[in-house]
Design a protein around this ligand. Structure first.
Ligand code: NCD
Length: 306
């Protein structure tokens, strides 16, 4: 039995299998419509979510399975003091697979250690978010046709943005990558991510506070929201929240085939006027998330594999 806590647990050939499967699901949805018949997915979301939870649930329904769902920590036994370990054990009695989001780093790991069914980390605090990375990878693949030889700019809250940490972990395994880290001083990428996924692998990178300077060289631009819920101090949030706003004017500086991504929700980071630009891929990214989660559920339930 296998869980998914961090994207690095998937080999590059497994990532490719997931992408291949997702592309096949897009072309032949009927082939997959009953593959999880009789199976149940439990979504345990102890932090707000729209896309991630609904896309997991849509994914399971489109595979012919069913869904059980906890959407509010306050309405679950967690509010009575139940541990993550016990919740995971209990839910294993009802469901065949669990997707869990939790405000504490490491919560999904604890759940996976104690559950009797696969656990998927749907975001643990400011740590990682592997299934968003699966959505991101499919988006890059569908738009760029490859994962290697890309200059990828990551912009915004690189400190608390868990999607950024997981995406860098995944892309750092491909050849000829270059990262451009664009953030305010206070929201720089955590040292552990930079050391493990960039420096130790000898990957070239630049750090800058200027989106305008970085833009002309990028193949992919990954915008992120400043993670208000992880700040200790509202004043700092207010000061930093509008550090970067991508506008049609700034898009003039970018390559004609730039791929603009954002895990969403957006607050102010991308002006709505950019949505009409054909380089804006963040809504496509949302639907890619569902297909990759379908492929992942099939992999963890042992329906597909190497
Ligand atoms: C992201 C998250 O939860 O980390 N959202 C998502 O899952 N698409 C990004 C964010 O909340 O800013």
């Amino acid at each position: 039995m296998r869980s998914l806590i961090d994207v690095t647990e998937l080999s590059t050939s497994e990532l490719e299998l997931l992408v291949k499967t997702a592309l096949d699901i897009i072309d032949n949805p009927e082939k997959y419509a009953e593959m999880c018949h009789g199976k149940k997915l439990a979504t345990l979301f102890f932090e707000p979510s729209t896309r991630t939870r609904l896309s997991f649930e849509a994914a399971m329904y489109e595979l012919g399975g069913n869904v059980l769902s906890v959407t509010d920590a306050a309405a679950s036994s967690a509010s009575k003091g139940e541990s993550v370990a016990d919740t995971a054990k209990v839910v294993s009695c009802y469901a065949d697979i669990i997707a869990m989001r939790h405000p504490k780093e490491g919560a999904a790991f604890v759940a996976a250690k104690n559950a009797d069914v696969p656990v998927i980390n749907a975001g643990d605090g400011g740590h990682c978010h592997p299934t968003q990375t699966l959505a991101d990878l499919l988006t890059i693949y569908r738009n760029k046709g490859r994962f290697d030889s890309l200059t990828v700019g990551l912009c915004g809250d690189l400190k608390f943005g868990r999607t950024v940490h997981s995406l860098i972990n995944a892309l750092s395994r491909y050849a000829n990558m270059k990262f451009v880290l664009i953030s305010p001083e206070e929201l720089k990428l955590p040292r552990y991510v930079k050391t493990q996924s960039i420096k130790q692998k000898g990957i070239p990178y630049e750090q800058t506070t200027s989106l305008e300077e970085a833009l002309p060289n990028l193949d992919v631009l990954y915008m992120t929201r400043v993670q208000r819920e992880r700040f200790f101090n509202e004043e700092d949030y207010l000061r930093l929240k509008d550090s970067y706003i991508l506008t049609p004017d700034k898009m003039k500086l970018a390559k004609p085939d730039l791929c603009v991504m954002h895990p969403l929700p957006r607050v102010n980071e991308i002006s709505v006027a950019v949505d009409k630009d054909p380089r804006a891929k963040y809504f496509e990214q949302v639907s890619n998330g569902k297909y990759m989660r379908m492929a992942l559920i099939l992999m963890l339930l042992g329906v597909i594999g190497e």
